[in-house]
Design a protein around this ligand. Structure first.
Ligand SMILES: [Mn+2]
Length: 334
């Protein structure tokens, strides 16, 4: 099974627990965030454009067979706000820019959710999730977080080696790490909104020693890449949901770093109705050969569609009963 059909299986499992059918189909809000200073490479701020260029919105609105056609609202982009002189505080780079931008992101995510649309946020680097998750939690305080990534992104301002804020996102969200908070310019607005039990990781394969310490000390559950290899992504996803959302009663935020994909394994997850926030981040087509770029964009496109229930093995037509009755001969031998 390819990763996309695995997502589809999960979508189906979750759909059985929910009433999902409606004539107009589900709604979806798309938001781009052109933020790149949470890490050091340029190009990732073009993520929203290049991901949109894969036409996933058009596909969701028109082409996915029996998966209900989505009503998509594109809320445009949030431009990063870069103060003229940013500070390096305790070796943290560009905190002011990231703090100010993520505040805008949080407020926009709140607006969109209150408008009734789940939010798919296109990064930008992973620091955008400081804003998306905060915003999501303000509107749906009982949400849980599934973090799909090669990295844990849970460094605090004191444990970080690189000083890059895309590796510190979850330390802003966890109550347990509040005592380690360092005052950074641009971050006076943020308060933790999750507990360690509300977050689960999938796909880790590059975790720093002090991050490992944080994960173990607070009992944060991790399904590393070797668990995905051993158990398969569908089983891992079921178990991960069982950790944070055993009755499938809580809204879900998935934060998906494209670097979770490696050459052999492509983890993903998907639900219907419960998934009210998704980030797709770190897509940087300024890196790699044209073929690398094409592959990355294809992965980005298929990931977004899979989270909406698309199956690369094919989707049955809309209104399947009528189609079968009208167009197909009866099945012989039954
Ligand atoms: Mn990340």
């Amino acid at each position: 099974m390819n990763f996309s059909s695995r997502c589809q299986s999960l979508h189906r499992i979750c759909s059985q627990h929910l009433h999902t059918t409606s004539i107009t189909g589900p709604r979806l809000g798309v938001l781009g965030v052109k933020l790149s200073k949470g890490q050091s490479k340029s190009g990732v701020d073009n993520g929203p454009e290049v991901i949109r260029s894969t036409n996933f919105i058009k596909t969701l609105e028109k082409d996915i067979g029996n998966v209900k056609r989505y009503t998509v609202t594109d809320y445009g982009n949030i431009q990063a706000h870069y103060p003229e002189k940013d500070l390096i505080v305790k070796k943290i780079r560009n905190p002011h820019a990231i703090g100010d931008t993520c505040k805008q992101v949080s407020l926009k995510v709140q607006d969109i959710l209150q408008n009734g649309d789940p939010v798919f946020t296109l990064g930008g680097d992973h620091s955008v999730a400081i804003g998306t998750i905060h915003g999501h939690a303000q509107v749906q305080p009982d949400m849980c977080l599934i973090w799909v990534d090669a990295h844990a992104d849970i460094n605090t301002a004191t444990t970080t080696n690189s000083g890059s804020m895309h590796g510190m996102v979850n330390s802003f969200h966890l109550h347990e790490l509040e005592p380690f908070k360092v005052d950074l310019p641009g971050f006076d607005w943020i308060k933790p909104s999750l507990r360690a039990k509300d977050i689960v990781y999938i796909g880790l394969r590059d975790v720093e020693p002090l991050e490992r310490l944080i994960l173990e000390k607070y009992g944060i559950r991790v399904f590393a890449m070797h668990d995905v290899d051993r158990l398969g992504i569908l089983e891992v996803t079921k178990r991960a949901l069982d950790v944070v959302n055993p009755r499938l009663a809580r809204p879900i935020h998935v934060s998906f770093d494209i670097d979770a994909y490696d050459s052999t394994v492509a983890p993903s997850t998907g639900t219907s109705g419960l998934l009210t926030g998704l980030d797709l981040v770190e897509v940087n087509t300024a890196i790699g050969s044209p073929l690398d770029q094409q592959k990355t964009l294809f992965a980005a496109n298929q990931t977004l569609l899979a989270f909406c229930g698309n199956n690369r093995a094919g989707n049955l037509p809309l209104d399947i009963k009528q189609e079968l009755n009208n167009r197909l001969p009866p099945c012989v031998g039954n």
